[in-house]
Design a protein around this ligand. Structure first.
Ligand code: MF3
Ligand code: CO
Length: 259
């Protein structure tokens, strides 16, 4: 038996609202992030914006997580905790935001460039976004989670990148993390055949792609995940609704942001 939930029309309306708030918060953070700023200042901006929209930050207090957003710099893959560190020229910054409104969550992430970033790292950021769009070609009824995973993996590996295996995307709805798991690589022995997708499912597809090795580890803070070789990592995520036709991106409404 699968625990995957199918959302009703009214659930979807609420998820769209939560998704819009996440998208607007990310756009505000991307505009605000600049050299010399601390990641805590970005957390403050996000916290007050999410509140002003009548929503709650999904991450705050989640399993004891202490902040409203995640800010992961350079070799930090995900779950970087905002704090006193200042952004500097040449950094890449992965911003991950979740918001809950009327009982439903939205979750999305973007990696942004701070100042003058080396071309090799810019390419990583571009290709990570492309990996997401390769994946959603299979986000339709009749396809399986494994089709999405394999498409993401193939695009990343064609560029010689490492695909993070220790963290995966997820179903989302009344809970931030629901079934099914949505990996960015596929291993039959670990995952089996993978769930078949149906209209009304909502999933967060979130490639985490490394310039070097796929291997990662967690810092002593209990959250921050970093690459094993210290090379940069990028993250790109949207909350996606499966429909009978094309998938609907609940955290990406602005057409010009699409690949
Ligand atoms: N967006 C992340 C995810 O999909 C959530 C951050 S973990 C938290 O798992 F603890 F900070 F919430
Ligand atoms: Co997520």
């Amino acid at each position: 038996m699968s625990g995957i939930t199918i959302k009703s029309a009214s659930d979807i309306e609420k998820m769209d609202e939560a998704g819009r708030i996440v998208e607007e918060t990310l756009n505000l953070l991307a505009k605000s992030a600049e050299i010399g700023m601390t990641t805590q200042e970005l957390d403050d901006i996000a916290a007050s914006y999410i509140k002003s929209r009548g929503a709650e930050a999904s991450f705050l207090n989640y399993n004891g997580y202490p902040k409203s957003i995640c800010t992961s710099i350079n070799a930090q893959v995900v779950h970087g905790i905002p704090g006193h560190v200042r952004l500097k020229d040449g950094d890449i910054l992965s911003l991950d935001v979740g918001a809950c409104k009327n009982g439903f969550h939205g979750d999305a992430a973007r990696t942004v460039l701070i100042g003058n970033v080396p071309e090799e790292t810019q390419e990583l950021v571009r290709v990570t976004k492309e990996c997401f769009f390769e994946g959603i070609r299979f986000a339709k009824p009749g396809c399986r989670i494994s089709d999405i995973a394999r498409a993401v993996q193939a695009h990343a590996q064609a560029h010689g990148y490492g695909v993070v295996r220790d963290l995966v995307g997820h179903g989302i709805g009344r809970h931030m993390h629901e079934d099914p798991e949505v990996p960015n690589f596929w291993d039959n022995t670990r995952f089996g055949r993978g769930a078949r997708l149906e209209a009304g499912m909502t999933i967060a597809i979130e490639p985490m792609i490394n310039l070097g090795t796929h291997r990662v580890y967690q810092l002593d803070d209990g959250w921050t995940v970093v690459t094993a070789d210290g090379k940069p990592s990028a993250h790109y995520e949207n909350t996606v609704l499966i429909t009978e036709g094309e998938p609907r991106l609940l955290t990406l409404h602005e057409e010009e942001e699409r690949a």
